[in-house]
Write a protein that binds this ligand. Sequence first.
Ligand SMILES: C[S@@+](CC[C@H](N)C(=O)[O-])C[C@H]1O[C@@H](n2cnc3c(N)ncnc32)[C@H](O)[C@@H]1O
Length: 204
Amino acid sequence: MTKVNKTSNWVRRHSEDTFVKRSKQDKYRSRAAYKLKAIDEKYNFLKKVISVADLGCAPGSWLQVLKEFKNINFIVGIDLLNVEPIDGVYIAEQDIKDYDSYTQLFEKKDSKLDLVLSDIAPNITGISDIDQSNFSYIAIDILRFCRFKLKPNGMLVMKYFLGSSFETTRKTLNNNFSKINVFKPASSKKKSNEVYLICIGFKD
Ligand SMILES: C[S@@+](CC[C@H](N)C(=O)[O-])C[C@H]1O[C@@H](n2cnc3c(N)ncnc32)[C@H](O)[C@@H]1O
């Protein structure tokens, strides 16, 4: 199959995808909104938190979902890419590793956060060893962010891709949280290795 055919097949499959259709009707910026909604339906945490950071937030559908919860009064979104502004959300175009910028980003919020979300997906090379190392490096960066800004007993929801580095990453997270659950939302494509790690009870 030629590259053009492969691309047009992907475009057709994507536009026929139920969650893509729903996201257009519901005015979400991407189908990822339904992943966060499904995680929340299962673990029921968004109505219990007040302050949240969303790492890898572009184009911003998780931020839109967070805005629907009136109990949440502080939302920060961070992404390498530019994100169209959302009223009342602090958005920073930066790498999550760019720790120097955080002081400025959080100057309006001295205390720590209740929840850290990460839907970050590093670029996939297709070479399993390299991809798995990249996922584990990102997990370490996310954990560093938690040490910097997550409250003791706070919660982290993080995307991960099952593979050779998964157990090591889960062990590292286990040392830092009281409980780790693994969840795959219905809107996460079946053939993808993507799962979400629901990490409860941060040990500061
Ligand atoms: C799947 S998208 C997130 C979708 C988002 N949850 C939504 O609902 O719209 C993953 C994002 O992670 C971002 N990303 C990847 N590595 C990053 C890093 N080191 N720092 C900040 N953002 C990163 C990418 O730019 C991409 O926009």
